[in-house]
Design a protein around this ligand. Structure first.
Ligand code: SF4
Length: 405
């Protein structure tokens, strides 16, 4: 069974903000979603490719045999072959940037107990040579963009890797490059480069928070980071933060500026919200929506297990009619006199399906010129979102959708 650190590097962005989370979460069982399983499988494919290309640990035969085993997994898809290639391409590009071939290792266990009590983790890829250390992380998910800038998980891995390689490289490593490869979401990896001094000073700055989180005397601080907390649905602090109706009624907004504005209005608030207020309410409403969804998901699960959530019950959702036997149904329609062309739709397979069928290179050569990527519809996102702001002439805004990312 895999041992997990109480303060895991992957959850650092959460426990650095909510120091109560690790001990609170410990009472909830770990659940494994299909997405997580799929991610694990993709990581195994990535690891195999790195081991084959950069280490003498796998012969071609062993590599092929292990890859074939992974391919038998029901969650394997041809897309994994492409995304792991993108990961490998990035590693190759980084390796080429070294004056002499660096040491490249996959799935490297790193320990950082000097920063985080009992802290350890596993880096997808570590590369070291000359004055540089590269930490490369593969993310298979496409739901949540992972930024490399200020990424606590990567920085902890980097601190652990520095510690690990110090006996061999001494103080020769001066800079650390940390990259996140998320090929299903971004065409190019994102990365951050900082000096070893900057990294160490960041490590020193988080030590008190790590100690507090470990001690069991941390503070509950709700926020966006609740999203992956195992106890998010039942967390009282998070619920308290969403006494939404009161918040919305009085516009008790958190910033000093808004408090001042409210005092100014002194019960005589104008009928129309200002844009500043709308901006704040959007921010609050977004987390409110996420919280409500989590509550609903939890409650449905509890009711299906036979527990009671007063005032609520489980019902059968909407479903669509379906044929029990497609071929027999089609044959019956044709037999009753309808032309086959009217019975079946002839449809070109999707770009992804054709790319999987033909392979990336052949696809690009033969039909690449017929592919275009229209600009995405403008969508609302918080100003902190890593993607650049939408830019277009006013006419491009025709038919603006309501999606919020
Ligand atoms: S749900 Fe949020 S506030 Fe509650 S413990 Fe988890 S991270 Fe902290």
């Amino acid at each position: 069974m895999t041992k997990h650190a109480l303060l895991s590097a992957s959850a650092a962005s959460r426990w650095l903000k909510c120091t109560a989370a690790p001990r609170y979460e410990a009472q909830f069982p770990e659940t494994v979603s299909e997405y997580a399983e799929e991610g694990r499988l993709a990581h195994s494919v990535c690891e195999l490719k790195v081991l084959r290309k950069y280490t003498p640990l796998l012969t071609q035969r062993q590599y092929t045999s292990q890859l074939n085993k992974l391919k038998k997994n029901a969650l394997y898809s041809d897309e994994m072959d492409r995304t792991s290639d993108a990961y490998l391409d990035h590693i190759a590009e980084k390796a080429m940037s070294y004056a002499s071939p660096p040491l490249v290792s996959a799935e490297v266990r790193v320990d950082f107990p000097d920063i985080v009590p009992e802290g350890f983790g596993t880096c997808d890829c570590v590369m070291v040579g000359g004055d540089t250390l590269d930490i490369i992380d593969y993310k298979h998910g496409r739901g949540v963009p992972v930024a490399s800038e200020g990424n606590a998980q990567m920085r902890l891995y980097a601190l652990g890797a520095l510690r690990k390689y110090a006996p061999f490289y001494g103080e020769s490593i001066r800079q650390v490059r940390m990259a996140v490869v998320q090929p299903r979401l971004y065409d190019a990896p994102t990365s951050e480069t900082i000096t070893v001094e900057e990294l160490q000073s960041w490590g020193d700055s988080i030590k008190p928070l790590a100690l507090k989180a470990y001690s069991g005397f941390g503070d509950f601080v709700p926020g966006d980071h609740c999203r992956f907390c195992r106890g998010k649905a039942q967390c009282r602090a998070r619920a308290d933060a969403h006494t939404a109706l009161e918040d919305f009624k009085h516009l008790v907004l958190p910033t000093a500026e808004n408090q001042a504005r409210r005092s100014e209005a002194a019960g005589d608030a104008p009928a129309m919200l200002t844009h500043a207020e709308i901006g704040d309410l959007l921010t609050r409403g977004k987390t409110l929506l996420a919280w409500y969804t989590d509550l609903a998901e939890y409650s449905l699960g509890a009711i299906l297990k036979g527990e009671e959530i007063p005032g609520w019950k489980a019902i059968a959702g909407r479903s669509n009619r379906a044929f029990t036997d497609h071929d027999a149904a089609a044959a019956a329609v044709i037999a009753s006199g309808y032309d086959e062309a009217l019975v079946y739709d002839r449809r070109l397979k999707s770009i992804t399906e054709l790319e999987n069928l033909m392979g990336k290179a052949d696809f690009a050569e033969k039909i690449g010129t017929y592919v275009y990527k229209p600009p995405g519809k403008p969508a609302l996102a918080p100003a902190s979102d890593a993607r650049p702001p939408y830019s277009s002439t006013a006419s491009d805004f025709a038919g603006v959708g309501n999606a919020v990312t």
